[in-house]
Design a protein around this ligand. Structure first.
Ligand code: SAM
Length: 488
């Protein structure tokens, strides 16, 4: 998996203090890396908030949807359509993403029960995050959440559960389904033994191997604790659906590519050291409480801990292809990326460095992103344009076509033989775009077919989908070119 995050200065309701302001009596705050206690995403709904800047995480939720849906259905069968089901979203943060996964879960359970002629269960929806999280903003979205679930027949109840998922959160054997997206790469603390990892907030190619080992050890401890606690809280046959930022380079555990977000953050901090805004010693005492495990590391921890069995393990890569952007688009990509990273790291940075450097730091960050072609490829989350192409390959007949989505009617078109009609559009934010197309041919256009022509879930095949009307039926093909045509 890949990642990005967010934060806000003014409207943030995530409360944190700088180290100098913090209360030294508290054990956690008096520890070496006391800024970790400030971990949360930027609250509120302002320009720098997580709520405004969490498109990347939203996309990750959408990509993981098929696995989530599959596991919910299997769970319902395994539990023999229970009357009551308790679901937890761990690390829910604030804003609309929080309810996105929960909506999906509620709808899937309801539709599945309807399809099997079963009464839908009462659903207990528990939203968890650290106590610093802006739960107020989250619960403001409850209205749109309810609107999205209008078709649900069964009752559901939403509650907030503040606390660390590295501690017990729920009664024994009470949870049926646990979902967590983009939370578990956050560690409970900065690992010990990073002193030799100079001028870098995370592992880089230049780090000593001991830095990698220290991070891995902390992740192993944290994730093992997480699994053990969940195994106590969950019923047998329960399901965990977890999405992390991970890495896929096994050969060199230190390698992170040139535009890895923490590398760019370190680079931006170096600029501020050179310009005299921050001291080198301050930078040398700041490390991200974060780890991006490989698939193999995850499998090993799950195996050794022993409470859970892995049913599905998927990797997704973001490679959004923005190589040939002109200058204005490049700086926009840089700004977007800076906003994502700011929204997830500002509370930690403010707690350690103070407020004054933040704007300057992220304008450096945006500049560094825009200087790397590789970064632009990987870090921009503007949805690619999708193209739908309909072509007439009938024998000497006109083909009439008409495509529509919930929001767009693309109108009627009459195609002569060999002619194509092309439509360009972008996926909606929720990645639920769905286009239906009609094709008519023959005398008085009486031969008619209607079909699903595009779904956001298919966007991994970006960006062309071709539909071809022939005498013996309708054929389709996704990008890339060279894939064979398939008859519908
Ligand atoms: C990047 S956000 C993801 C939010 C949401 N799940 C989404 O996909 O948009 C990660 C969230 O995990 C939370 N988090 C990190 N460590 C946590 C912990 N130990 N316990 C509970 N939540 C935690 C953070 O506060 C943050 O809100």
């Amino acid at each position: 998996m890949d990642t990005r995050f967010i934060h806000n200065t003014h409207s943030s309701r995530c409360e944190y203090k700088t180290e100098n302001e913090s209360n030294s009596g508290d054990e956690e705050r008096s520890s070496k890396y006391s800024f970790v206690s400030a971990l949360c995403m930027s609250g509120g709904e302002g320009d720098n908030s997580y709520s405004t800047n969490s498109l990347l995480q939203r996309r990750a939720i959408a990509k993981a949807k098929p696995v989530l849906v599959k596991n919910i259905k299997e769970l319902m069968m395994d539990l023999n359509f229970p009357k009551y089901i308790k679901v937890a979203d761990l690390g829910c943060s604030s804003g609309q993403n929080t309810f996105l996964a929960m909506s999906e879960i509620i709808n899937t359970i309801n539709v599945f029960c309807q399809n099997w002629n079963q009464t839908p269960p009462e659903i207990d929806c528990c939203l968890n995050d650290l106590p610093n999280n802006d739960f107020n903003t989250t619960f403001k979205f409850i209205h749109s959440f309810k609107e999205k679930n209008l078709t649900c027949k069964g009752p559901y109840f939403v509650s907030g559960v503040p606390g660390s998922f590295y501690s017990r959160l729920f009664p024994r054997k009470s949870l049926h389904l646990v979902h967590s997206s983009y939370g578990l790469h956050w560690l409970s603390k900065v690992p010990e033994g990073l002193e030799k990892n100079k001028m870098s907030v995370y592992i880089t190619d230049l780090s000593p191997l001991s830095a990698y080992k220290a991070y891995l050890k902390q992740f192993q401890r944290d994730f093992t604790t997480f699994l053990k606690l969940r195994s106590e809280e969950m019923v047998s046959n329960g399901r965990l659906v977890l999405t992390f930022i991970g890495r896929n380079n096994m050969d060199n555990p230190l390698h992170r590519d040139c535009c890895h977000f923490w590398k760019l953050l370190s680079k931006s901090l170096h600029d501020l050291v050179i310009e005299g805004f921050v001291s080198a010693s301050k930078v040398n005492s700041f490390y991200m409480p974060f780890y991006d495990p490989s698939k193999e590391e995850l499998k090993e921890i799950v195996g050794i801990e022993g409470s859970f069995e892995i049913k599905d393990l998927e990797e997704h890569e973001y490679d959004l292809g923005h190589c040939n952007q002109d200058q204005s688009k490049r700086s926009k990509s840089g700004q977007n990326e800076a906003n994502y990273i700011r929204a997830v790291s500002e509370p930690l940075l403010v707690a350690h460095f103070g407020n004054a450097i933040i704007n300057r730091l992220f304008s450096k960050f945006a500049h560094h992103v825009s200087q790397h072609a590789g970064c632009r490829n990987k870090t921009t989350i503007v949805y690619e344009k999708q193209t739908l192409v309909l072509t007439n390959e009938l024998n000497n007949k006109i083909l009439a076509v008409h495509c529509k989505s919930k929001d767009d009617d693309l109108g009627n078109h009459f195609l002569s033989v060999g002619q194509s009609q092309e439509y360009k559009f972008r996926d909606n934010l929720w990645l639920t775009t769905l286009f239906w197309c009609h094709m008519w041919q023959g005398p008085d256009f009486k031969i008619h077919q209607v079909f699903e022509a595009y779904r956001s879930e298919w966007s991994k095949y970006v960006g062309y989908t071709y539909w071809i009307g022939r005498e013996d039926g309708i054929y389709f093909r996704h990008e890339p070119h060279g894939l064979p045509l398939v008859k519908k």
